[in-house]
Write a protein that binds this ligand. Structure first.
Ligand code: HEC
Length: 149
């Protein structure tokens, strides 16, 4: 959320006024500030509602919805391995790593791939995935794993 004085500064620059503080610009800045703040709050509530909704879904659907909600699908696009590996059917498959070894993608591997992706990098990719460390609960990790079956 931007600070009120930042909003004022922008309004002031756009208005081209030579005075440092004008009543009109203060009022405009306050109105914009309130509108932006309200929109921000509504988006926050919507996000929280969606998260609560997702938590009610059966495990696999929950995992699929989380992949979308958490932005994973912006890299892991279904059916498209260009930016990141395809996650569908990953569980139980054999993955080649950049260190030359192969590994079976079990729950532990998937868990580590999400929490600390740089530990094992999939062959053919760079370590560009962000680490999610403590972001997800056990139940959420289970949902992810289920979505990758
Ligand atoms: C910025 C792009 C990006 C985002 C966002 C991203 N990933 Fe990744 N992910 C990658 C790349 C690239 C790899 C392959 C390199 C590696 O192993 O780290 C990868 C690897 C993985 C792997 C191992 C895949 C395999 O074939 O062994 C899993 C599991 C995974 N990501 C899950 C997730 C989940 C779950 C999320 C969201 C919470 C997520 N990723 C978000 C880019 C991304």
């Amino acid at each position: 959320m931007p600070e009120l004085f930042v909003v004022y500064d922008v309004v002031h620059k756009l208005s081209g006024s030579s005075q440092t503080l004008t009543k009109k610009n203060v009022i405009i800045a306050c109105i914009i500030f309130t509108l932006v703040g309200t929109t921000w709050k509504i988006l926050d509530i919507k996000k929280a509602n969606r998260k609560a909704e997702i938590a009610q879904l059966p495990l696999r659907e929950r995992g699929m919805a989380l992949l979308e909600f958490e932005g994973c699908t912006s890299c892991h696009q279904p059916g498209n391995p260009f930016r990141a590996p395809i996650l569908d059917k990953l569980h139980g498959s054999t993955v080649s790593l950049t260190n030359g070894t192969k590994i079976i993608a079990d729950r532990d591997y998937i868990l580590q791939s999400i929490l600390n992706p740089k530990a094992q990098i999939v062959y053919g990719y760079q370590g560009t995935m962000p680490a999610y460390e403590d972001r997800f609960s056990q139940a959420e990790v289970d949902a992810f794993v289920e979505a990758m079956k």
